[in-house]
Design a protein around this ligand. Sequence first.
Ligand code: NAG
Ligand code: NAG
Ligand code: NAG
Ligand code: NAG
Ligand code: NAG
Ligand code: NAG
Length: 450
Amino acid sequence: MKGVQNIYHHSYTLSFLLVFLVLVLFHPALSIYVNTMSSSESLTISSNRTLVSSGGVFELGFFKPSGLSRWYLGIWYKKVSEKTYAWVANRDNPLSNPIGTLKISGNNLVLIGQSNNSVWSTNLTTCNVRSPVIAELLPNGNFVMRYSNNKDSSGFLWQSFDFPTDTLLPEMKLGYDRQTGRHRFLTSWRSYDDPSSGNTKYKLDIRRGLPEFILINQFLNQRVEMQRSGPWNGMEFSGIPEVQGLNYMVYNYTENSEEIAYSFHMTNQSIYSRLTISDYTLNRFTWIPPSRAWSMFWGLPTDVCDSLYLCGSYAYCDLNTSPNCNCIRGFVPKNRQRWDLRDGSQGCVRRTRLSYSGDGFLRLKNMNLPDTKTATVDRTIDAKKCEEKCLSDCNCTSFAIADVRNGGLGCVFWTGDLVEMRKFAVGGQDLYVRLNAADLGDRGKELDQP
Ligand SMILES: *[C@@H]1O[C@H](CO)[C@@H](O)[C@H](O)[C@H]1NC(C)=O
Ligand SMILES: *[C@@H]1O[C@H](CO)[C@@H](O)[C@H](O)[C@H]1NC(C)=O
Ligand SMILES: *[C@@H]1O[C@H](CO)[C@@H](O)[C@H](O)[C@H]1NC(C)=O
Ligand SMILES: *[C@@H]1O[C@H](CO)[C@@H](O)[C@H](O)[C@H]1NC(C)=O
Ligand SMILES: *[C@@H]1O[C@H](CO)[C@@H](O)[C@H](O)[C@H]1NC(C)=O
Ligand SMILES: *[C@@H]1O[C@H](CO)[C@@H](O)[C@H](O)[C@H]1NC(C)=O
């Protein structure tokens, strides 16, 4: 009996092994992907080896853009048939022939070219190697270097999410890290199939009175701001056409002593979404299975009213009026002749000077708020006190509510000219512009712009 049992036992083991092998070899969902690399391993161009994140969404390896004789280390979406790169390591220092090795050397990830020269390195200077170091491609597309015994994100020695190229992935942050002084921003590819740094950037400008995202084109020494997001109002940036209330995507803006950061995350992991900058534009692309392609959800700039220099100060752009530039009520064109020729760039001037005693406020609805260069914010003041506080400062020209949630908290005050405003058909925010009572008309103190 014992022998028979043994034979049964062995054949069970054998058939189990066979079934396992068949499953592994012929069932793609069960293929064994490698997502880590230890210091004794390397990735080379010739071996075609890649790292695949667990879950199989992202793949890291070498690639060569079609039409270029250059090789790069990058991360792309594994399941999306149209090759879509999310990150490139050596974008400005490519390998010029198909000889290249990625390895861990000491405490650094290094990319080595033909003559053993380093073309890219994580450049860390920490020298006390406590325990073995490994590199791992995480399920969210973050390529990290960490001690093998420490998976905690606060212990990462290095992470690709700190060095964005042209794409913001879910859970990745754009903004400013106050502890390291590091800015994280997007920089376009030079062209559709050339990953080297292009001229367009998307950056959170923290030097303004309130941080806002700016789409910047920099060519030679010319820096041109192409679009402003407006400040975060607790729910959104009024100048970014995100859809609110989607059940699969959540936006997050954080401003505290450690960081100022924007991120988003997916609550349904089968849906992919990314923000990608290319020359002159920023787009949100989303991929919802079973679709086989990315769909563009929105792009910036959206229309002529995003042009920042179209209408001058105290004028706002409205797509639904002709011409698009309008003086705020109580203001008249500064240069009537040019205004009549549909050149609104000179803007408008006050009809009646502020009186400081009897001034009031005109409410403009659905606005992308003025440039925040001259703005200041008080985040704790009761929103009902904004008007009183603005009136008490003779330099205050306008105010808005800082956080519009739950009836409003805090105020934003402008002291200079109001510039670069636009009015949306829907969305945006209320802006209260200070006027002499004489210009408020007799319909009461708070008057809506028609
Ligand atoms: C790597 O991939 C290229 C292109 O797909 C192929 O020509 C080459 O033979 C592969 N090399 C190895 C070692 O598999
Ligand atoms: C590069 O380094 C390897 C191993 O360290 C060595 O075998 C090889 O000769 C070196 N090649 C050159 C061109 O220096
Ligand atoms: C690492 O340092 C070298 C030399 O200072 C520099 O050229 C290179 O850009 C740095 N690499 C990264 C990824 O910052
Ligand atoms: C938003 O991001 C911050 C860190 O940037 C994080 O601490 C916080 O938990 C996030 N909030 C949500 C709702 O995801
Ligand atoms: C996630 O999205 C996919 C694709 O739209 C859908 O089929 C699935 O039901 C969603 N899952 C959940 C939990 O909502
Ligand atoms: C108003 O602005 C002027 C000129 O910038 C400045 O000198 C003055 O101190 C400001 N007044 C207040 C109350 O901030």
